[in-house]
Design a protein around this ligand. Structure first.
Ligand SMILES: [Zn+2]
Length: 480
């Protein structure tokens, strides 16, 4: 019986027959799927904890790292494109685990987003975790940009009081009146928080988040310890990490830690440990919370036994900490720049939070709490006013006392752990099989963290970019 064979397939079969023919079989290796690239001669700091490797070879194929190590460990494949990097330093692509890219209000970040993403990539940042957004809208917008870090989105979740505060004016002790539900302000930004009541089905929240493209939950505000535990359990069951504001009112960090959350953000929120459960339950709006924090948060109260006990518990349960020090520094600087003014509650809060947060972070590091270098960077406004990863790391070294190596781990290996899930396992270190997300520096960042400014080349998933090219916005072709 004749079998019909399509011409293309017939050709292939013909070749196969010829290859198996009478003469000696000649094995012709198939052409490589994509040519390899080898970065040769740099000092390799791979972020795994191993010592820097001088004169290293790092081989990349397609979007992955094939191998990385000393010359003998990692041979350069024949035909590989070689990037000569003698005298330079190769580190994993940096991760900022706390940004806000999407601000629809006034059209701000809708227009600036592409520029911001290119600028972040030029800084050597190859991965971002967005901590407040509308995941579906953000991810579809980011997908339209070619030159951009990887972006992972978290789903915001908040309690009933965030959506429906009591139907009355809320007056703070200084006479400020609040009329609007915080959730509405957030929705104006284009963000999409999900409401969760302690009796709601947490699996439904997780399913909605997943459908929107989120890779984890961010527990934002007005959640009690029961809600936090139920949401965390459901998210973990689905393989999703759970982060949130430290002290999301009324639950405090001790309760978040007991609930099994993966990490908390903003050092100032550790002030929640200094209030009774009854007090925490009454601080239902930002003004009251800020006034209360400004009253109790000082460098000395950061060493209160209740805070130290919570930090010890965080270390024991592997709950990570994102202090966001540079964002607070920017806020303080903006108040410092005003000459004649009456301090507002917000200013008192910011100044107290700065001193308190710095000391809390020092204690956290001393007690072995793992730090992730999220910044609270936003994608709009003057570039100099936005928190930056380099400045966050500089503060870790200059003000907290971390070594440059420890600071770098907070923006590579440990930030990848903060991102968690499948994504976190594929970034953050230079190891075979991980994404080829790399930064080549002209000076040693382990000697001086400021040398992170000396970016020569950024690779994201095997694609190479030069900072000048990204910042000029003109030559959006692959660098050679
Ligand atoms: Zn934030």
């Amino acid at each position: 019986m004749r079998t019909l064979i399509r011409p293309g397939l017939a050709g292939l079969l013909g070749l196969a027959v010829a290859a198996c023919g009478a003469h000696q079989a000649r094995l012709v290796p198939p052409p490589p799927i994509s040519p390899a690239t080898a970065i040769v001669g740099a000092t390799l700091w791979d972020g795994t904890g191993r010592a820097p490797v001088p004169n290293a070879v790092t081989v990349i194929r397609a979007d992955r790292i094939l191998c990385a190590g000393a010359v003998g460990e990692c041979p350069v494949p024949q035909g590989a494109k070689v990037i000569a990097a003698k005298g330079q330093y190769l580190i994993p692509g940096l991760i900022d685990s706390h940004v806000h890219l999407l601000f629809v209000q006034n059209g701000s970040a809708t227009e600036d987003l592409g520029l911001d993403l290119r600028d972040l990539l030029a800084q050597g940042i190859t991965t971002l975790r967005d901590m407040g957004n509308n995941p579906a809208v953000l991810l579809s917008r980011v997908a339209g940009f070619d030159a951009a870090p990887r972006v992972y989105a978290m789903q915001l979740v908040a309690g009933r009081r965030f959506f429906y505060p009591a139907m009355r004016l809320v007056r703070t002790e200084r006479g400020v009146e609040y009329r609007q539900a915080p959730a509405l302000t957030m929705q104006w930004l284009g963000w999409s928080p999900i409401l969760f009541d302690r009796s709601d089905n947490p699996d439904a929240v997780v399913a909605t988040a997943r459908q929107a493209g989120a890779m984890g939950l961010k527990l934002y505000a007005q959640l009690d310890s029961v809600s936090i535990r139920r949401l965390t359990t459901a998210a973990h069951r689905a393989g999703m990490p759970v982060w949130g504001h430290a002290w999301p009112q009324p639950a405090n960090v001790a309760e978040q830690t007991r609930a099994g959350m993966d990490g908390v953000v903003h050092a100032a929120g550790m002030a929640g440990e200094l209030f009774t459960p009854e007090d925490r339950d009454t601080l239902v709006n930002d003004g009251a919370l800020q006034a209360a924090t400004a009253r109790v948060a000082t460098a000395a109260s950061a060493r209160d036994p209740r805070i130290l006990a919570t930090l010890d518990s965080m270390a024991a349960h592997n709950v990570m900490f994102e202090p966001t020090l540079d964002a607070t520094r920017h806020s303080v600087a903006s108040y410092d720049a005003r000459i004649h003014h009456v301090p507002s509650i917000q200013e008192d809060y910011v100044r107290a939070a700065a001193a308190f947060g710095m000391e809390v972070t020092r204690e956290a590091v001393t007690r072995g709490v793992r730090i992730s270098a999220g910044t609270d960077h936003v994608a709009y406004g003057p570039v100099g006013d936005r928190a930056s990863l380099l400045d966050e790391l500089r503060l870790y070294v200059d003000s907290i006392g971390l070594t440059p190596t420890a600071a770098l781990l907070a923006a590579t290996r440990d930030a990848a752990r903060a991102i968690g899930g499948d994504a976190g396992g594929q970034i953050g270190t230079i190891e075979a099989g991980r994404y080829a997300d790399l930064v080549l520096l002209g000076a040693n960042p382990l000697a001086d963290i400021r040398n992170l400014e000396e970016v020569q080349l950024v690779m994201r998933g095997g694609r190479v970019w030069r900072p000048g090219q990204l910042r000029s916005g003109i030559a959006m072709i692959e660098a050679r």
